[in-house]
Design a protein around this ligand. Structure first.
Ligand SMILES: Nc1ncnc2c1ncn2[C@@H]1O[C@H](COP(=O)(O)OP(=O)(O)O)[C@@H](O)[C@H]1O
Ligand SMILES: [Mg+2]
Length: 358
């Protein structure tokens, strides 16, 4: 029997999940995978998990309530007395936010941990915020010279003059095009427009969710994804492909079983694979992100053309998700992956303190 390391030596990991975004349920499933990986093999000795469940209205719950939430029996008795901030910071050595979408993947929670001066897994405020907002992300990609589909930025306020806005889209893009709110995820609020009427309907629907909007030329392409891990020295995983039996990868396709499948590694020529991996690293750098990220691409076989679609700085982490599966296929188990992510967080924090002290 190996001698168990005393509990006090184990690093205390504040695992944060749930959250206020539409991806609340996915976050719970992602956190289950992370919690299991942190409790497996060598990690059992290294880490002690302190679960933090954030309710849909942004209240932080620890202890039994958080355990119940992780196992799927969510105690949703709204309670205004619960705090909107963690009160447990002194018991946590490193934070592991597994929150997707707004209020988790957009720099807000990263700002909180930065103020607390504690290490946290994943990118910092800048990379999260730029990676989340599709207008800012596209501007950063463009500045870095990355290939993207043609796009037009708009605001909900611009709908006060709908003809002007629609004319601008028609002039720059034409049809079909995709309309997107800038700050959501999971395909929520996205629609494909084939004519002026559909474009206007799509813009109005997206404008109900976000003031910042993006319209893009619709391309017919395969969808490839690549995982990134590291800080300074970034590593790219093998390349994966998403296949689906619907017109595009919308919310229902993403979350109802049986409509989509993953192919790892993707069947693409080696030159395309290598280019995807290089572009994934450049896209991560372009938005100032580090730690982890998943970069998504459109690939047109004809002409072997690649476009960077987006970066997700806290990608899905469920047992079926592309991010951990891509690393498994690259030889990094999920157990090793979460350990590396925590080490990266700790090193980054030490370096930050060193820099700010000098
Ligand atoms: N310009 C486009 N051309 C073709 N398909 C698109 C385009 N933009 C989005 N899509 C489809 O919509 C899906 C969701 O769009 P995406 O920008 O990735 O939003 P989200 O951040 O919500 O995942 C994509 O995976 C793809 O299937
Ligand atoms: Mg996407």
């Amino acid at each position: 029997m190996p001698n168990p390391v005393p509990q006090s030596v184990a690093t205390r990991v504040g695992l944060v999940f749930g959250g206020r975004s539409g991806e609340h349920e996915v976050s719970i499933r992602s956190a289950r995978t992370v919690a299991e990986a942190l409790s497996t093999g060598a990690n059992r000795q290294r880490y002690r998990i302190i679960l933090h469940y954030v309710t849909r209205d942004g209240r932080w719950i620890v202890g039994d309530g958080a355990t119940a939430a992780l196992s799927g029996t969510i105690p949703v008795t709204p309670d205004d007395r619960l705090p909107r901030l963690p009160t447990t910071a002194r018991q946590v050595d490193v934070w592991f936010p597994v929150l997707h979408g707004p209020n988790g993947e957009d720099g807000t929670v990263q700002g909180l941990f930065t103020l607390l001066d504690q290490p946290f897994v994943g990118t910092g405020v800048l990379g999260a915020a730029v990676g989340m907002d599709k207008q800012a992300m596209k501007a950063a990609f463009a500045a870095a010279g990355l290939p993207q589909v043609r796009y037009v930025c708009a605001t909900a306020d611009g709908l006060a003059h709908p003809d002007e806005l629609v004319n601008r889209v028609e002039q720059h893009l034409g049809y079909p095009c995709f309309v997107k709110p800038a700050n959501l995820g999971s395909s929520v609020g996205i629609s494909k427009a084939g004519d002026r009427g559909a474009l206007l309907t799509g813009l109005r629907a997206a404008a109900r969710l976000d003031n910042r909007l993006v319209v893009e030329t619709a391309v017919t392409a395969r969808e490839l994804e690549c995982a990134v891990l590291g800080d300074g020295n970034l590593n790219a995983s093998v390349v994966g492909e998403i296949l689906y039996d619907t017109a595009w990868y919308d919310y229902t396709t993403k979350y109802s079983p049986g409509h989509s499948s993953l192919v790892i590694p993707a069947s693409v020529p080696p030159s395309v694979r290598d280019q995807v991996r290089r572009l994934a690293i450049r896209a991560t750098q372009a938005v100032g992100a580090y730690g982890l990220g998943r970069v998504d691409f459109f690939y047109q076989e004809k002409g072997r053309t690649l476009y960077v679609n987006e970066i997700n700085t806290m990608p899905g982490f469920t047992s079926q998700s592309m991010y951990p599966l891509l690393w498994q296929a690259s030889g990094v188990t999920t157990e090793e992956l979460v350990h590396r992510l925590i080490e990266l967080a700790q090193v980054r924090h030490q370096r930050r303190n060193f820099t700010s002290a000098h």
